[in-house]
Design a protein around this ligand. Structure first.
Ligand code: AMP
Ligand code: GLY
Length: 417
């Protein structure tokens, strides 16, 4: 099978790595990709937001499956453009990707499907904003309705800050605060059949101890030894299947990856948000544990024949990923710094630990930073403690001037807390 992956972050590197290990895949392309992905896939330049350009590239390459990684192209309808050229696409239509692209739409779908989530108001005027903030009280949760690359959500005890964020958005969702640990559960679906993956946990704050600003994610681990073993079945029944059924009922069937961001509250599981694509950095740890070859699962989802797939098979191993971010991430990340030590990890830590590239590019013969999150150092082990140890050993070999990483990824879970 010839596969083209659209995107160029650590998630796409993880997808390309798994696809490159799949014996069914005989040609693998990534557009635009990054320096690390070039080791497992052939890179092609493309504007990932330009549906016609992506469709032309897919036709030119003779791709038999196109996997669209990031949310922005999905919301922009890149999947629709490629499908219109007759090539199967893993990734939802623009209409279905509104589940991620509009928080208000997601709330409406959840209400119709009876999916448990935070109570909320959609507000467009200062009067509505004040009434909603007053109704829920602190901590205030204020969400920009549209896509905001992880920067649209403010959770604060400060009424003035909550109000200021709300008034800066055209349309805003104000909701009840959910306490309890967060879990990310992904499912692959063709719009009818839903195959859940294994749960993972992401670390959103920049600094150890969950301090500092929100980021795109500083690390992740899977499995979750503290979680109820029935969690996946419960979320399948109360969240994933009803959401897929509701979108089909609306004639906007969702095929691709449905990402449920969940809070495990004292009153039960609640959806914090949906995403319409694999999450980053959770994908890095979930795919590290997936035993089933990926290509045929994605193709069956793209073709509407997911009911022919057996349940997914998993390694017993645990996986941990630690993100190495640029100087000044997430505010104004510095880029263009050389990265050293990649070959040392490949020589000394493989196959248990390896480096997935997020924001990198080739400058001559060297690899330099090209984004806020630069690398996602991933390791597997017989348990979280071993995976953690291997990941941090590899992190220590990487040299990137001014870089930062959290030192406590999966620490509590590894200690059984
Ligand atoms: P989102 O973009 O909706 O995932 O929100 C980003 C982060 O804000 C989430 O991962 C949570 O940590 C936090 N958050 C969002 N909604 C809530 C809520 N209702 N209660 C508490 N925290 C929330
Ligand atoms: N891990 C958070 C996200 O992908 O949105």
């Amino acid at each position: 099978m010839k596969v083209l992956v659209i995107g160029g972050g650590a998630r796409e590197h993880a997808l390309c790595r798994s696809l490159s290990l799949d014996p069914d895949v005989n040609a693998l392309y990534c557009a635009p990709g990054n320096a690390g992905i070039s080791e497992v896939a052939e890179l092609r330049p493309v504007d990932a937001l330009d549906g016609d350009a992506v469709a032309r590239l897919a036709v030119e390459l003779g791709a038999e499956l196109v996997v669209v990684g990031p949310e922005a192209p999905l919301v922009a309808g890149v999947g629709d453009a490629v499908r219109a050229s007759g090539i199967p696409v893993f990734g939802p239509s623009a209409d279905a990707a509104r589940l991620e692209g509009s928080k208000a739409f997601a709330k409406d779908v959840m209400a119709a499907a009876g999916v448990p989530t935070a109570r909320s108001y959609v507000c467009t005027t200062p009067e509505e904003v004040d009434a909603a903030l007053d109704a829920f009280g602190a901590p205030y949760v204020v969400k920009d309705d549209g896509l905001a690359a992880g920067k649209g959500v403010v959770v604060t005890d400060d009424l003035a800050a909550a109000r200021a964020h709300a008034l800066a958005c055209d349309r805003v969702v104000i909701e009840e605060f959910l306490d309890g640990p967060e879990v990310s559960l992904f499912a692959i679906t063709d719009g009818v059949t839903v195959l859940p993956l294994q749960p993972a946990q992401d670390f959103k704050r920049a600094l150890d101890g969950d301090e500092g600003p929100n980021t795109g994610g500083m690390g992740a681990y899977s499995p979750l030894p503290w979680a109820d073993p029935k969690l996946v079945d419960e979320v399948m029944a109360s969240v994933l299947q009803p959401t897929v059924d509701e979108l089909r009922r609306r004639d906007t069937p969702f095929s691709g990856l449905l990402y449920a961001g969940l809070a495990i509250t004292s009153r039960g599981v609640r959806v914090i948000e949906f995403n319409a694509r694999f999450g980053d950095p959770e994908t890095q740890v979930v795919l590290a544990r997936l035993r089933t070859p990926l290509a045929s699962v994605l193709l069956n989802a793209a073709r509407g024949t997911l009911d022919t797939e057996p349940p997914l098979a998993w390694h017993d191993d645990a996986a941990v990923t630690v993100v190495i971010a640029s100087h000044n991430y997430p505010e104004t990340p510095r880029t263009g710094d050389p990265i050293e030590g990649l070959a040392d990890v490949a020589a000394q830590d493989a196959p248990h630990a390896y480096v997935l590239h997020a924001g990198t590019r080739l400058a001559g013969d060297s690899v330099v930073s090209a984004g806020g999150r630069v690398l996602s150092v991933t390791a597997t082990g017989s348990d979280l403690a071993q995976a953690r140890e291997r990941a941090y050993k590899a992190v220590a070999r990487i040299r990137l001037d001014g870089s930062q990483h959290r030192t406590d990824i999966a620490a509590k879970a590894a200690e059984g807390r």
